[in-house]
Design a protein around this ligand. Structure first.
Ligand code: ASP
Length: 485
């Protein structure tokens, strides 16, 4: 107790460094615990793993429950409270950054897989020749656009529309086969984000009449962030058990690793180049500032991404780190991060082409330039459309394989280590979202300062008109990001 009264200790605890250390300890203990428990006599069947990861699962469930109120309310509030031309500018900058870095990641994945040729170094005996699976690029793109227009907003929080082609009749070719639009479980984030943007713009244009609804969403967003700040307190413990749980349920990690070491190294190398060179390089280029403190301040979010394997579940933590530690203006973070978490998945966009080209190499198939272009386009489109949930990368890899007629069953070779690769990709996904928000915040600084100065001037005038009597009206909702929770 006496220790906490010491101002230096109190400042250390409040500054978040202590929590970062706790998170590092959580990750380290989780790795040690996982390897230690593998050596015990306990049989790690599903039930035992469930007991071990129980706390971690509760953590993921709670964060996931916060995503919807947080994304919807942040976007409506951010767009509705901002000048339309500025929100257009910020939104466009964010979208351009996210789509451009996604494209760069996909092309980097292709270049690495073509140069390294991980499939040629593999000891996997691929057996019989490949039996191709099918899926249509057009269906993928149309599903992406279709989900932007949800027909039911409540349903959009629970399911996405997917085109399923019935290939049971072998006499019909793909285009002639019957198709059905099915609803698959998951959040239609694209639809919700676009609807929230539109609602925010309309409420903002309505002037006084729109204010009550805007205030409602503002409070809802802040309440969600407050809950987040309590929930993340258990993250070191939760991450520890999540990592230990993953480790105990793996078979012979060493043997699996040997089989696909080149593939693993290619994806990891790509993620390292993208996360440690390209993204920081862009940050330096566009903000002319040292990216290291920015990265260090995002550590909790990166560790949460690694522990949960879900960039969506990490979103509340990402927002908190940006606002509280990196001091990103709340008007930018609350606008840009929901967009980033929905459309941006740099790590996944990089891994998809490597996975597809690796499988082609295992099959002994050389992909032509056109097929590589198709792979990169489908990787970009699917990573934009997919929600940041665990194992989504594996699911959308099936679509990428189908688009160039590669066999889905070959995924069995890469699946055993995907749990680990996925954690690194998710961390890169979150890093991309955060760097995007940091860069956009930097580029909008002058515009936001102008708005603050004008609001300040208006307030001073009002006060003067009232004869210097202190106005009872509340201060403007945003001044310098300090009204962040
Ligand atoms: N699970 C990852 C995410 O949430 C995506 C992936 O599987 O590649 O971002």
């Amino acid at each position: 107790m006496g220790l906490i009264k010491n101002p230096r200790v109190a400042a250390f605890l409040a500054g978040g460094t202590f929590f970062t250390i706790q998170t590092i300890i959580g990750v380290s203990i989780g790795i040690g615990l996982g390897f230690g428990l593998r050596e015990t006599d306990v049989v790690w069947h599903q039930r035992n793993v469930m007991y071990l990861t129980f706390v971690g699962d509760l953590f993921i469930r709670t964060l996931s429950a916060l995503i919807l109120p947080l994304i919807v309310s942040s976007l409506i509030d951010a767009v509705g409270s901002m000048d339309l031309s500025l929100s257009k500018k910020i939104g466009t900058q964010a979208l351009v950054f996210y789509l451009a870095t996604t494209a760069v990641a996909a092309v980097l994945g292709i270049i690495l897989a073509v140069i390294v040729r991980p499939g040629d170094h593999s000891s996997i005996d691929s057996g019989d020749e490949c039996t191709a699976s099918e899926s249509s690029t057009v269906d993928v793109l149309l599903d992406l656009v279709r989900n932007v227009f949800p027909d039911n907003l409540v349903g959009a929080a629970m399911e996405v529309t997917t085109t399923v082609v019935d290939r049971s009749n072998a006499s019909l070719n793909y285009d002639e086969s019957p198709l059905e639009l099915t609803m698959t479980p998951g959040k239609n984030m694209m639809g919700l984000v676009v609807f929230s943007l539109v609602l925010g713009v309309v409420l903002g244009n309505m002037g006084e009449a729109g204010k009550p609804v805007l205030y409602f969403f503002k409070s809802l967003g802040e309440a969600s962030l407050l809950i987040t700040s309590k929930v993340v307190m258990v993250s070191p413990l939760a991450i520890c058990f999540l990592i230990a749980g993953q480790l105990v349920k793996q078979d012979d990690i060493g043997a699996v690793f040997q089989n696909i070491a080149w593939y693993f190294a290619t994806v990891m190398g790509g993620l390292a180049i993208h996360g440690c060179l390209i993204l920081p390089g862009l940050y330096i280029l566009l903000t002319r500032t040292n990216p290291l403190p920015f990265f260090a301040n995002m550590f909790e979010a990166l560790a949460t991404a690694f522990g949960t394997a879900s960039s969506s579940a990490t979103l509340p933590v990402t927002m908190r780190c940006l606002e509280e530690k990196n001091k990103v203006d709340v008007r930018v973070s609350r606008f840009v991060i929901p967009i980033g978490a929905t459309v941006n998945m740099n790590g996944t966009a990089l891994y998809l082409p490597v996975g597809a080209i690796y499988i082609a190499q295992l099959c002994g198939r050389t992909l032509g330039f056109g097929e590589l272009v198709t792979i990169s386009l489908i990787s970009i489109a699917t990573s934009v459309g997919a929600a940041g949930i665990p194992q989504v990368g594996m699911i959308i890899l099936m679509t990428v394989l189908g688009s160039v007629g590669l066999p889905v069953d070959y995924m069995g070779f890469i699946m055993p280590l995907d749990w680990l690769l996925e954690r690194f990709r998710t961390a890169v996904n979150v890093l991309g979202d955060s760097i995007g928000a940091g860069i956009v915040a930097h580029m909008s600084k002058a515009d936001l300062a102008k708005i603050d100065a004008a609001a300040e001037e208006r307030r001073a005038m009002e006060e003067m008109e009232q004869g210097g009597v202190n106005s009872p009206s509340s201060p403007p909702p945003y001044q310098d990001g300090k009204d962040a929770v």
